[in-house]
Design a protein around this ligand. Sequence first.
Ligand code: FE2
Ligand code: FE2
Length: 326
Amino acid sequence: MIGLSNQPPVAGGGPVDAVGWERLGPWTAPDARPLTPRCRRADEVGVSSQPLPVRRVRFAYPPDMDPAWIPGRPEFAHMANGLSLLMPYAEPLFIKAVRSGMDELDDAQRARAEDYIRQEVGHHRQHALFNEIIRARHPGVARVEGWMKRCADWVTRTRSRRYNLAFSAGGEIMSFLLARWVDTHAGELFAGADPVATTLFLWHLSEEVEHKSMAFDVYEAVDGSKLRYALAMVQGTALLGFFVWAAALVMLRDDGRLWRPMTHVRLARWAISAAFELFPAMLMSALPGHHPDDFTDPLYLTTLLAQYDPETQTMPLWESPGRTAA
Ligand SMILES: [Fe+2]
Ligand SMILES: [Fe+2]
């Protein structure tokens, strides 16, 4: 069981604190999340027309933060770090794609798309700061980042506007489904983890849940071909898997964990678990008539966003009982 901390910010201080924690009771990992869609259309639930709040959350990490920020699961920390390294290249691509379809939207949707862009800018800026900590300890990841940049530039430069939008819509659905998997397994994955780093990822994933349909709606306004969407999603999945894996291997090598059999047993177990969550739902999302709002939102991440305090620009800080407060 995981609870939200009632402790002050970790050493080094910072604007991410425990404001609002007392409004959340102890949280139990919801381990029986249905994969099936709730079969309600976007116009019935009205989600797609809701404004997207822009939350400016800043993160102050402990000066000596270990990039293997989950002591009991350093392999998972490095997989998450690999994802973080990708954000400054993937999210600008999504932003450019959505921006390219703005003219096809009505006023309300255009305003929502602008909010979406502001959310994504906040995400990749915060990840860029976090990535400096990773790079300082693992300079070898810069080579993988070079591959990420070249790949994102290639997709933007050589693929059509429609393909870039399909790629973005698929990427957003993958992000949403990954958030749903993390929500279900958070109790295991983040036990004893650094609270500030954990909060960075949970905040980002929560907003991915919130704007899961935005890029898809723009893609539908511009093109909407489910075949193109499926092809782009397959390509995006392969690239994401390759880049995250490559970056994680660099960090595991630096930590002397690369040749330990348990490292790969654990990585394989998480990859298989995530694949069982993601792949059937990705297939479902490519079926005619399916809309992202048909997917059930994860409970905890949605609750977490409700705890954001706009006055202090703070989120509740994640802490697990397995960690000793600084
Ligand atoms: Fe994002
Ligand atoms: Fe996103």
